[in-house]
Design a protein around this ligand. Structure first.
Ligand code: ATP
Ligand code: MG
Length: 283
């Protein structure tokens, strides 16, 4: 049995639960309980505030955790980052009122900066040789300049919309974050095995994201040209058709390239093209 801490509610909750579900791990109704057992995998889920996840994992209250790299970095707890999960992407940035004439980080010398991430900010200022006053506040950091609490802020940014709404502009991108899987540093052998099973499933899920399965009929003598267009998993599957001189080609393609590939394939004579959802890719 392994215990994983995930965010109880908030931006990472839904995708954490969805990732587990895609990995074949269904959890009993999550909303009312602190601890829930998975139906078909030796795992239980502990629902926590994201701030508490690094410490819970470091202490061994949970063996694993899904949390933003920003929280891991800020808390500085002794945990291993074992996998990047590709969701919850954001950055920690410095921002100043729109009208300011900002040219370099030296602008912050002698200024007051409000943030919920004092440790990461202090490290940045130290590295840049800047002496600024850091004000730690728990929330609503973005309103600090307009109410006269600070000259600038250091906060989470994803699209930048919140900054604009508050009359601020992003001036330094300091730390890039995404959700990560963290692990306790002293897992038992049994737990390590469950972790590697879990990682295997996560990787299969990630690999199949954005991938499509495509089938088409193609004149036999065009297969070599199709192979040039389609660098499939290893090489495309080519099956004979009942109709002489024709074959069926199966390949996995990235959704990004789909229409481009389809146009190229039609141009060399591909017909009856089918595009199907791809559930999992296991190597
Ligand atoms: P909790 O109640 O668990 O303490 P919270 O309010 O601290 O939640 P959320 O706003 O739910 O945190 O964000 C959780 C994490 O999601 C952040 O620490 C960050 O890693 C990530 N994230 C991604 N994009 C954004 C964004 N635009 N704003 C805030 N967090 C984001
Ligand atoms: Mg939090």
């Amino acid at each position: 049995m392994i215990r994983i801490a995930i965010q109880a509610k908030g931006r990472l909750n839904e995708e954490s639960v969805a990732l587990l579900a895609e990995a074949g791990i269904r959890i009993e109704d999550s909303k009312r309980k602190l601890l829930a057992l998975a139906a078909d995998f030796p795992l239980e889920v502990l629902y926590l505030r994201d701030d508490d996840i690094p410490q819970a994992v470091a202490m061994g209250v949970a063996d694993l955790g899904i949390v933003g790299l920003n929280e891991v970095e800020e808390k500085g707890e002794a945990v291993d980052v074992v996998h990047r999960l590709g969701f919850g992407k954001c950055r920690l940035s410095l921002a100043v009122p729109k009208a300011e004439n900002y040219d370099s980080p030296a602008w912050f010398d002698g200024k007051r900066v409000a943030t919920s991430y004092p440790k990461i900010l202090r490290a940045f200022f130290e590295k840049s040789g800047i002496r600024a006053e850091i004000h730690e506040i728990a929330g609503s950091v973005e309103i600090a300049p307009s109410v006269g609490m600070a000259d600038g802020i250091f906060d989470i940014v994803s699209s930048g919309g919140t900054l604009v709404t508050n009359g601020l502009k992003e001036v330094e991108k300091v730390f890039f974050s995404e959700a990560v899987l963290v692990a306790n540093r002293a897992l038992s052998e049994e737990k390590r095995q469950i972790l590697s099973q879990l990682l295997f499933r996560f990787e299969a899920v990630e690999r199949s994201r954005g991938m499509k399965y495509m089938l088409m009929n193609l004149p036999q003598d065009k297969v070599a040209e199709a192979v040039e267009i389609l660098p499939g998993m290893k090489s495309p599957t080519v099956l004979p058709l009942a109709q002489e001189g024709w074959c069926s080609v199966h390949v996995v393609v990235n959704e990004r390239d789909l229409w481009n590939k389809i146009e190229q394939l039609k141009a060399i004579g591909a017909e009856d093209i089918l595009v199907l959802a791809l559930e999992k890719m296991i190597w």
